[in-house]
Design a protein around this ligand. Structure first.
Ligand SMILES: [Zn+2]
Ligand SMILES: [Zn+2]
Length: 324
């Protein structure tokens, strides 16, 4: 029995968790660095340096499995005798004796589930789909830094060229977008999204937008949402930027990492505005409601929020080099 039992952990994160800092680099977190952060000269030097660092770290997959993840416990009826993998005691009863994590398969008492540390390691045996799967669960199950949909679609779009007119604004044929989704759900990182299979680039952009729309927790999480809305309402540009930077810290690391990667890509899209006719304002309209959703607000407030959602995306794109 003892080999089945997880040692109860007191510190909740024995593996050294990734930390709640936005972006891929250190250095902006401490107050002193923040104080000097806004001086224009340093700002420029800093942005040059961090984009170099980021580009170097994008390939690094070592941190992927260090993202902290909560278990996804569901009440479970066990057949045959079962022991709790947290406290090692017997699970009594005939039905609903305990809970089972749908992502990693950990079996514990209902009351023990509150004490289990956030060390869920999803197993591909349990995580079957790619779309509609929680983002952190997906990257942990696949041992990647970001969802493969994000990396593969962005790389495919950039290899074809971001000059395509109306990129992200024009919709691809929805049956084919659905087809890409099925390919990812079925084949994961082996999905073939090359130009031989999907000739129209708008299918790929459509599949990426659909991925974000289908997330059970949006890329900009419900928890962080109100802070981003507050940030967008600030009129002073420096203070507004600083508030966005603070709001980014509320995102789980895997969400922030994906957002950072997406924004660097969208920045390259707007740098080609002359050809694709897409600027930060257009992309804000497209991506605002795709990346964030109001957590159960009344219809009126939700409607009011739309323009601020747009502005958040605009700010993130324009300042991606200093914010992340
Ligand atoms: Zn789990
Ligand atoms: Zn127990």
């Amino acid at each position: 029995i003892s080999s089945l039992v997880h040692e109860p952990k007191k510190d909740g994160g024995a593996e050294g968790h990734y930390g709640h800092s936005p972006g891929c680099e250190d250095g902006v977190r401490d107050p002193e660095a923040l104080a000097t952060f806004w001086q224009p000269l340093k700002l420029f030097a800093y942005s040059q340096l961090t984009s170099l660092v980021r580009r170097a770290t994008l390939k690094d997959n070592d941190h992927a499995t260090k993202y902290e993840k909560v278990h996804n416990f569901k009440v479970h009826t066990f057949r045959g005798p079962h022991w709790c993998e947290y406290c090692a005691n017997f699970m009594w009863g005939l039905i609903a004796q305990g809970v089972k994590c749908a992502d990693c398969g950990l079996n514990v008492h209902k009351q023990c589930s509150k004490m289990v540390p956030n060390d869920c390691k999803p197993d591909l045996k349990h995580v079957k789909k790619v779309y509609s799967c929680d983002l952190t669960t997906l990257v942990k199950a696949h041992h990647s830094k970001r969802p493969m949909v994000v990396d593969m679609c962005i790389q495919e779009i950039e290899s074809r060229g971001v000059q395509s007119e109306g990129l992200y604004r024009i919709s691809g044929f929805s049956d084919l977008i659905e087809d890409v989704k099925l390919a990812f759900d079925r084949d994961g990182e082996k999905a073939d999204i090359s130009v031989n299979v999907y000739e129209d680039i708008n299918i790929i952009t459509g599949a990426l937008k659909l991925y974000f729309r289908d997330l059970p927790i949006p890329l900009i999480t419900y928890e962080a949402y109100p802070r981003f809305m507050e940030a967008a309402k600030i009129t002073d540009p420096d203070k507004r930027l600083e508030a966005h930077h603070e709001a980014l810290k509320l995102l789980p690391p895997a969400h922030c990492e994906s957002l950072c990667y997406l924004m660097a890509h969208l920045k390259r899209v707007i740098q080609n505005e002359k050809d694709n006719l897409m600027n930060a304002e257009n992309l804000g309209i497209v991506f605002g409601p795709t990346l964030m959703r109001a957590p159960d607000l009344d219809a009126m407030t939700a409607l009011n929020d739309i323009r601020y959602q747009r502005q958040v995306v605009e700010t993130l794109i324009k300042n991606e080099d200093i914010l992340f």
